[in-house]
Design a protein around this ligand. Structure first.
Ligand code: UDP
Ligand code: MG
Length: 313
């Protein structure tokens, strides 16, 4: 039986691009030997995106349309698409053709060659503002330094994942979703595929600064307890400095019989402030644990269990 490839496309106010996007995706996907389904998720668009998507869905039996009650954001739209996808492999792609659909056949080839996740890695970005490129560049490096495991740099959500990986994603019920980090977290055989990020086909970005900041902070908060570690370090260092200062003053006082007031106040402030910060950092350990429990992620992820001579999951 031929395999099925699902393609998830989140849509928010994309009336200008949806038809072209559908045309190019269908063209590429029909050249595959696998079957395909296209899953459009209308994320509470306020323009004619829904009407256009509905028209397409009514004409084309391969199209599934999920219509959100309001705008829940890109990561939620993609999550809903993953939920609906029935394919043996699932591809996530933006609607605006910044991620070239023509890359999908190569992703599928790599998947057939054994990759369980194929993620698009942007080697360059076109038609995006200097500000966006620079902030993205810095952000991925800060995230890399802060997060406990490797989240590949310069990747968006354009990727293919095997059914097993898509199923694991569905078992991760966390509310603040940073999908590219979650996919990195699950493990499996992940391979990059390099591409040039094209200009948006039409329309403007649906990621204003506010949404970008939210995504950026989700990435760091969900994948790093390091800020607390920094607090423990800084707190420890400050209180140690305060303590040393006080000891020095004490010795001076013992030797000379007098000690001036302001270094004393300084030492005490450093010691108490540092201890405070350190204590907050310790609280952070508990916060981190609680947060881990709250996320409710699977404890471990099994690729396959081998028993006897049979293969069983
Ligand atoms: N998108 C969405 N909901 C949102 C914002 C964006 O579903 O609240 C979709 C959008 O339609 C597009 C994809 O997410 O398919 C990426 O958005 P965009 O291209 O505007 O982001 P950028 O490429 O500028 O980062
Ligand atoms: Mg875009």
């Amino acid at each position: 039986m031929s395999k099925l490839i699902s393609v998830v496309v989140p849509l928010y106010n994309e009336e200008e691009v949806i038809q072209e996007s559908y045309r190019r995706l269908s063209q590429v996907l029909s050249s595959l030997e696998e079957d395909y389904e296209l899953i459009f998720v209308n994320d509470g668009s306020r323009d004619r995106t829904f009407e256009l998507a509905r028209e397409i869905q009514q004409k084309d039996a391969r199209v599934v349309l999920v219509d959100f009650a309001r705008n829940f954001g890109h990561q939620m739209a993609v999550s809903a698409g993953l939920e609906q996808a029935r394919g043996d492999a699932v591809v996530i792609i933006d609607a605006d053709l910044q991620d070239p659909p023509e890359l999908i056949p190569r992703m599928v080839e790599m998947w057939k060659g054994g990759a369980e996740v194929v993620y698009g890695k942007r080697v360059s970005r076109q038609g995006e503002s200097f500000f966006k490129k620079m902030t993205a560049f810095c952000y991925y490096r800060v995230l890399d330094a802060l997060s406990g495991w490797k989240i590949p740099k310069d990747t968006g959500d354009f990727r293919l994942m095997d059914r097993k990986v898509a199923d694991v994603m569905r078992q991760m019920p966390e509310h603040n979703r940073f999908l590219r980090g979650m996919v990195a977290w699950v493990g499996f055989r992940q391979e990059p595929i390099e591409f040039v990020r094209e200009e948006r086909f039409a329309g403007v970005t649906k990621y204003p600064l506010k949404k970008m900041l939210k995504l950026a902070s989700d990435g760091i908060v969900s994948f790093s307890g390091k800020p607390f570690g920094i607090m423990r370090w800084a707190g420890g260092a400050l209180s140690a400095a305060g303590l040393i200062l006080l000891v020095v003053l004490l010795i001076l006082w013992a030797v000379t019989g007098s000690a001036s007031g302001w270094p004393l106040a300084m030492g005490a402030t450093l010691l108490v402030g540092g201890l405070n910060l350190f204590a907050l950092g310790i609280c952070g350990v508990y916060f981190e644990r609680m947060y881990d429990e709250l996320k409710g992620r699977p404890l471990y992820i099994v690729r396959q269990v081998y028993r006897g001579s049979e293969e069983a999951l």
